[in-house]
Design a protein around this ligand. Structure first.
Ligand code: C2E
Ligand code: MG
Ligand code: MG
Ligand code: MG
Length: 277
């Protein structure tokens, strides 16, 4: 029997839909609780430049669930976006990444690292987003150019002028931008050249079969050439083998991220990152 406010609204749904909704609202309540309890953590995955040096890291959120253990973002980011919880979660990620940048500023080996933070479209569209980013940079007193925001093409589906204006405000403060999962979504080339981007990230779905699938190879080469035309760095995601790495290097890709170089890991183990191949 449906309870409380749900009694009248849920009766139109079939039982499968009803149990899905119940599971979602349970997860949502748990996420809210997890945010209060400080159960989210950031892991950092190395990004190498074309000389094999550690140039940056990407911050990737995980949920350290008290009963279920470490939960990957694929299991909760979607619900965080649809429920609005992406605002407090995204804010926590931003603050935590800036605090980590501040800690690395005191380490001569790591002080130049750039830290990429994933930003959902809904988060970027929030009216307070720009001031929240500037606030986090000021509170932690970090050089703004150490922070790189990763956006996706889905952000560019509407109100592009407003998006560009916001990006320009942050860019003027020194913040860097990457376009994540590039090639999987819709991007107008006309917009692309107007965005104050620093980097395109080739989605790992193209990298995976880059040696065996001529279409993926052509897409990867085209993205690299596009980056060169637009004056942008191009990073390949999901590099798992030396052969993939060699192919991408040979075609002019200038940054790399993937299990070949390191998994996302606790920030304290970054000092022990293996040298590049
Ligand atoms: P993404 O931003 O494209 O991040 C790259 C994902 O690929 C990460 O998965 C990473 O662990 C995985 N990966 C890296 N190298 C390899 C590789 O060599 N092989 C394979 N198979 N996978 C690799 P993860 O950490 O599970 O994150 C998944 C997605 O969740 C991210 O994709 C991003 O879209 C989202 N996400 C993660 N953290 C945040 C966050 O703080 N905020 C928001 N809004 N989204 C986040
Ligand atoms: Mg990313
Ligand atoms: Mg990506
Ligand atoms: Mg992705």
């Amino acid at each position: 029997q449906a309870k409380g406010a749900g009694r009248n609204t849920l009766r139109f749904f079939d039982p499968a839909m009803q149990s899905l909704l119940a599971a979602q609202s349970a997860l949502e309540a748990e996420m809210r609780q997890g945010l209060r309890a400080g159960d989210f953590v950031l892991h950092y995955q190395p990004q190498l430049d074309n000389g094999g040096r550690l140039a940056g890291v990407e911050a990737l959120v995980r949920w350290q669930h008290p009963q279920r253990g470490l939960i990957a973002p694929g299991e909760f980011i979607g619900l965080a976006e649809s429920s609005g919880l992406i605002q407090p979660l995204g804010q926590w990620v931003l603050e935590a990444a800036c605090e980590q940048i501040a800690r690395w500023q005191r380490d001569p080996e790591l002080r130049r690292l750039s830290v990429a933070v994933n930003v959902s479209a809904r988060q970027f569209r929030h009216p307070d987003f720009v001031s929240r980013v500037i606030g986090a940079i000021e509170r932690t007193a970090i050089p703004a150019d150490r922070l790189k925001l990763e956006l996706t093409e889905s952000l560019l589906l509407d109100n592009v002028e407003e998006i560009i204006a916001r990006m320009n405000v942050l860019k003027a403060r020194g913040v860097c931008f990457a376009l994540d999962d590039f090639g999987t979504g819709y991007s107008s080339l006309a917009y692309l050249k107007r965005l104050p981007l620093d980097q395109l990230k080739i989605d790992r779905s193209f990298v995976r079969d880059v040696l065996t699938d001529p279409n993926d190879a052509a897409i990867a080469r085209t993205i690299i050439a596009l980056g060169q035309t637009l004056g942008l760095h191009v990073l390949a995601e999901g590099v798992e083998t030396r052969d993939q790495h060699e192919f991408l290097v040979a075609h002019g890709c200038d940054a790399f991220q993937g299990y070949l170089f390191g998994h996302p890991q606790h920030p304290d183990v970054l000092n022990t990152v293996a040298p590049a191949h």
